[in-house]
Design a protein around this ligand. Structure first.
Ligand code: GDP
Length: 332
């Protein structure tokens, strides 16, 4: 395959270097899969496909929570705990806020400095600038690349803004929700749907004056989670309190995650989960491609503009207008 970009390894070099765990080439490969250029997409697909036999062996873990809950501090402490046990850990930090505000929540500050220096860790921030579907899609490929590079634990970090968690849930095996003690009923209400997706909740910053409220929150969430039945993987979610600053609850979190993987391996849910992840990926991709083709069609663009005018003037039902667009597109 012709590989036009300067300084870019050939496909075979890419493949070999990634399997060798070369982090610089891994980062380049992730940039390639994030690219929107048609030629890049082709090479990226070939690369990921060539690496498929080397993928699938990591624990795929999502860590999410509202800004300020302590995600980066927790991941840094947790990551260092794991690398101290010679585990290789990759962190893919997705920032869905950037496409709304054009600023990046995750990128603005120096994050996980210590972990970033660790030779057993790989940290990759992604300011999206695209749709959430797109983010999820490229993150899947980035996970596969990290796996091929030998990372045993891949953490996908997202800012909890509601919508993003649902997209991320389908990318991972284990979903960890970080929560603050005493954040108020209103916030907890918003989080209920997200809570139902969680495999574990970690109450953060359980230190100093916050120990008591954190323990109270733990009891409350435990109570709430017991109202939910076992999830489809045969797992009952648990709650832990943690202080990343004081190194508390870190080992407990790791034990819990190992318990979870033991359960899903022994009851075959793991295979089912992975199958499900791939099927959701397949269907998401169909939707994305159809949408992209449709919106790029010149004929459709003009038709959309005309219909937008009619909708603004209340002359046509929006749903009926959408039907006309679809009919128009598929009649070509
Ligand atoms: P993120 O926005 O969710 O990534 O949150 P950060 O990790 O950046 O943490 C937000 C703030 O909470 C920072 O000022 C941290 O120092 C503080 N913080 C994080 N973890 C802890 C903790 O375990 N204990 C205490 N007391 N503060 C913490």
């Amino acid at each position: 395959m012709k590989n036009s970009a300067p300084n870019r390894p050939s496909l075979d070099d890419f493949r070999k270097q990634i399997i060798n765990g070369n982090r610089v080439v891994l980062a380049q490969a992730i940039t390639l899969v994030e690219s929107q250029r048609v030629e890049d997409i082709q090479i990226a697909n070939q690369l990921v496909e060539a690496l498929l036999p080397h993928t699938g062996k990591s624990m795929r873990i999502a860590i999410t929570g509202v800004p300020g809950v302590g995600k980066s501090t927790f991941i840094e402490t947790f990551g260092k705990y794991l690398t101290a046990q010679t585990k290789k850990i990759a962190v893919l930090a997705i920032d869905p806020s950037s496409y709304k505000t054009k600023g990046s929540i995750l990128g603005d500050k120096t994050r996980m400095e210590e972990l970033a220096k660790d030779p057993l860790a790989f940290i990759r921030p992604t300011a999206t600038g695209a749709t959430l579907g797109g983010v999820a899609d490229r993150t899947r490929e980035a996970i596969l690349l990290c796996e091929a590079a030998g990372f045993e634990i891949v953490i996908v970090e997202t800012v909890g803004v509601g919508q993003s968690e649902v997209a991320v849930r389908n990318l991972v095996d284990f979903f960890l929700l970080l929560m603050l003690a005493g954040a108020g009923d209103e916030l907890q209400g918003i989080k209920k749907g997200i809570m139902e997706m969680a495999d574990a909740i970690v109450i953060t910053k359980a230190d100093g004056d916050n120990v008591k409220p954190a323990n109270q929150a733990k009891a409350d969430y435990q109570h709430a989670l017991h109202l939910f039945s076992e999830n489809t993987a045969g797992w009952r979610p648990r709650v832990i309190t943690s202080s990343a600053l004081e190194n508390k609850g870190i080992e407990e979190t790791w034990t819990l995650i190992q318990d979870y993987f033991n359960v899903i391996h022994s009851n075959n849910s793991f295979k089912e989960l992975r199958k499900q992840q791939n099927l959701v990926w397949f269907h998401d991709s169909i939707q994305q491609h159809v949408r992209q083709h449709l919106l790029e069609s010149v004929k459709v663009k003009t038709h959309i503009q005309n219909l937008e005018k009619q909708i603004a003037e209340n002359r046509i039902l929006p749903s009926r207008a959408a039907q006309l667009i679809i009919q128009d597109f598929f009649q070509t």
